[in-house]
Design a binder for this molecule. Structure first.
Ligand SMILES: Nc1ncnc2c1ncn2[C@@H]1O[C@H](COP(=O)(O)OP(=O)(O)OP(=O)(O)O)[C@@H](O)[C@H]1O
Ligand SMILES: [Mg+2]
Length: 361
């Protein structure tokens, strides 16, 4: 990856006035044609990373390389990079065609060539019939597409997108996620997208960079992040996770036996080789891996139902164990024991075979 990366950030740091650290030694290699998302809480440095790649912001330390050549000193206009901004930044008094063709005019591309490329870009985003409209007359989703067309018309090597779908309602947003992915596949262009919506990042990306406090926590594929979070922060940030304080009770050929209070957690032995019995760890358990039953089953603990939340496909049940620990369980519709009620006494156990990350205590 490091050698054939299209874009590489090499120990990039950014310090702002007043001692604010925007980025701390960011190392990142992005492959040609990849759809990469930057995901993390507000203020973690996602936009700053994009701005540094685009050339709107100079790093305080470190280098940016494209095709192995340093581009750190190049101005934004001279980089083969375009940006789709969160607020689209369209020119309201111009037509759709004028907005999309703007970057081409700056590059002295005019006449038939310009018309052809504007039409092709609008076709890609499904707006061919809106070419002569004022952007003021367009809906939010249509403006979003104009902003995309304006960015792809210059045929950038890298397209940067900062929260491109955040202004759209949930339904349109999901539809645009699918379209964005299709567009990226058809163009074969490298996309780097900022989002703080983990569902969006998981559904659309080849790889996700999870950021926290100006630094990278983990870079991995969506399924790898979901199943094997490397840190407690990632485990708590991606999806919903019970983070259970536990102690290693024993180990044998079958695996590791942890106890979270009185709840037995029997895991296949793999990445916790460093632990010896008595050691403390945090075990990440997905709500869908907690089984709930009316009868006492093997390796279960007594629990009391605290609340039941309807999630459509499943019920999210908040439980308190007999030793006063909180536990969330997601129970699929077809597996629900008839009408669970608050205060009811049940039994909970870990689904055998569940893959649970073993994290530092
Ligand atoms: N021009 C600036 N001057 C001073 N501090 C800045 C500047 N730009 C960003 N910062 C600070 O750098 C940190 C990272 O900001 P950034 O905008 O990259 O966050 P973000 O991850 O995009 O957050 P959000 O999800 O809220 O957009 C924050 O602490 C922010 O206040
Ligand atoms: Mg931002």
């Amino acid at each position: 990856m490091a050698t054939d990366a299209l874009l590489r950030l090499d120990k990039v740091s950014k310090h702002f006035a007043g001692g604010i650290v925007g980025l701390r030694e960011i190392d990142l290699s992005i492959a040609e044609g990849e759809f990469l998302s930057l995901l993390g809480p507000s203020g973690c440095g996602k936009t700053t990373t994009l701005r540094v790649i685009a050339g709107f912001e100079a790093p305080s330390e470190g280098r940016i390389l494209l095709d192995g050549k340093e581009i750190t000193p190049l101005r934004a206009f001279d980089r083969p990079v375009n940006t789709v901004f969160q607020d689209y930044a369209l020119f309201p008094h111009m037509s759709v065609a004028e907005n999309v063709g703007f970057g081409l005019s700056l590059r002295k591309i005019a006449g038939a060539e310009r018309r052809k490329r504007v039409a092709a870009a609008l076709d890609m985003v499904g707006l061919a019939d809106k070419i002569n409209q004022r952007v003021q007359a367009l809906s939010g989703g249509q403006r979003q597409r104009v902003a995309l067309a304006r960015a792809i018309v210059c045929e950038p090597r890298v397209l940067l997108l900062d929260e491109p779908l955040s202004a759209l309602d949930a339904h349109l947003r999901e539809q645009m996620q699918v379209e964005l992915k299709r567009l990226q596949r058809e163009l074969g262009t490298t996309f780097v997208m900022v989002t703080h919506d983990q569902t969006e990042a998981l559904s659309i990306s080849d790889r996700i960079v999870v950021m926290n406090k100006a630094a990278i926590e983990q870079i991995a594929s969506p399924s790898e992040l979901y199943d094997h979070p490397a840190t407690t922060f990632v485990a708590g940030f991606i999806g919903t996770m019970n983070l259970l304080a536990a102690k290693l009770a024993g180990r044998n050929a079958d695996g590791l036996q942890f106890l979270a209070g009185t709840l037995p957690l029997n895991l296949a032995a793999d990445d916790a080789a460093r632990l010896t019995p008595g050691d403390a760890a945090t075990i990440g358990v997905r709500p869908e891996d907690i089984l709930v039953s009316r009868e006492r089953i093997e390796n279960s603990v007594g629990v009391r139902v605290q609340s039941v939340v309807f999630h459509g496909r499943s019920l999210r049940v908040h439980l308190a164990t007999d030793d006063q620990r909180n536990l969330m369980a997601d129970i699929p519709r077809q597996a629900q024991p008839a009408a669970m009620t608050v205060g009811e006494q049940l039994f909970a156990s870990l689904r055998p075979g569940a893959a649970c990350p073993v994290l530092p205590a």
